[in-house]
Design a protein around this ligand. Structure first.
Ligand code: 13P
Length: 343
């Protein structure tokens, strides 16, 4: 079978020891993160913040792609080079978040449907012209005693599949992200059940919409107890449940699975990924990361909007990316944290 450019792109995003930086927070989410560190959120401070990550020396060793956002993909760095070009010059692929957010779903109290399909073909054409070679769409699934509803799972799976097939038509690799939230007091067993249902619905929809599975990446949550669950699972339990769930529901044709961090502490996100990769058992896909908070938070704590802290922030990011890269190879050891810069 002929390997398409799309397949090559998808494979390159999960090259050995490499993963993705999710830097696609909307201005309003970014404002919350910056406010929490007493940094005023302006288009200029958001640009400076993103540039800190994108110009970290040597980062292309660990980062294959960066997911940008509508504002960021159009911005220029301090030396006048567009931010996507700054990445491309280092061999890092620019990607773009193309959904327009999770909105309250009519008829389904407490649940959301991700919007953004209208006009998507034209937006993808424009983003491709700006250098984007992959995209992201995030569906959000809440867990409760009676949630998720079948209606929300089906509608979100259908939208993910319509998005994915449009991306492939426009030569863009879709990252398919169905996120089962960690919010709540549900057990790890309940997370596994819901994540399995959701993945099943998503792959049914991808199949129905004729999405080429060889040219997507899946971005799921790990199988983990809810944040408020009194019984938190060990790293081995998380890894075993995650791998079992993925093995049951993700076809082997998919080249890579890049986890979101979803609110896990950065050390837990690294450890879990490493243990998942260390476990015995069939792993037909690459297992790597597409972390947002778990890659950025330590650097943000140090940077605090001050150019004098830029280098230290970059060192913290470099260190985190190095640890996550080791985890993607199943070689992370907490002793690696020894020399890490602290906020
Ligand atoms: P987190 O790793 O912070 O969950 O962000 C990843 C992401 O892209 C969520 O859509």
């Amino acid at each position: 079978m002929k390997i398409t450019n799309l397949e090559t792109t998808a494979q390159s995003l999960v090259a050995d020891g490499k993963g993705i930086l999710a830097a696609d927070e909307t201005p309003s989410t970014m404002t919350k993160r910056l406010d929490a560190r007493s940094v005023e959120s302006t288009s200029e401070s958001r640009r400076a913040y993103r540039e800190m990550f994108f110009t970290t020396p040597g980062i292309a060793e660990f980062i294959s792609g960066v997911i940008l956002q509508e504002e960021t993909i159009r911005q220029k760095g301090s030396k006048g080079i567009s931010l996507p070009d700054l990445l491309t010059k280092q061999g890092i692929l620019p990607g773009i978040k193309v959904d327009s957010g999770a909105k309250p779903m009519a008829g389904c109290p407490g649940e959301t449907i991700t919007e953004g399909l209208d006009g998507l073909r034209d937006r993808l054409k424009a983003y491709f012209g700006m250098g984007a070679r992959f995209a992201k769409w995030r569906a959000v699934i809440a867990v409760g005693d009676t949630l998720p509803s079948a209606a929300s799972v089906q509608a979100n799976a259908h939208a993910l599949a319509r998005y994915a097939v449009l991306c492939q038509e426009q030569s863009v690799v879709p990252i398919v992200e169905p996120e089962v939230l960690m919010d709540g007091s549900h057990t790890i067993e309940r997370c596994e059940e819901v994540t399995g249902q959701v993945l099943h619905a998503v792959f049914d929809a991808l199949f129905d919409q004729k999405v080429l599975l060889e040219a997507i990446l899946l971005k799921p949550n790990m199988v983990i107890a809810g944040q408020a669950c009194p019984k938190q699972a060990s790293a081995n339990e998380v890894a075993a449940a995650t791998l079992r769930c993925l093995g049951r529901h993700v076809p082997a044709a998919v080249p890579g699975i890049v986890f979101l961090s979803g609110g896990q502490d950065h050390l837990a996100a690294t450890m879990h990924l490493s243990v998942i990769n260390q476990l015995e058992g069939p792993k037909p896909w690459k297992l790597s990361f597409s972390y947002g908070r778990a890659l950025q938070d330590e650097a943000l704590k140090i940077w605090r909007g001050k150019s004098a802290n830029l280098k230290a922030g970059q060192q913290a990011f470099y260190h985190r990316a190095k640890c996550d890269s080791a985890a993607a190879l199943g070689r992370y050891n907490p002793a690696m944290e020894g020399g890490s810069p602290r906020a």
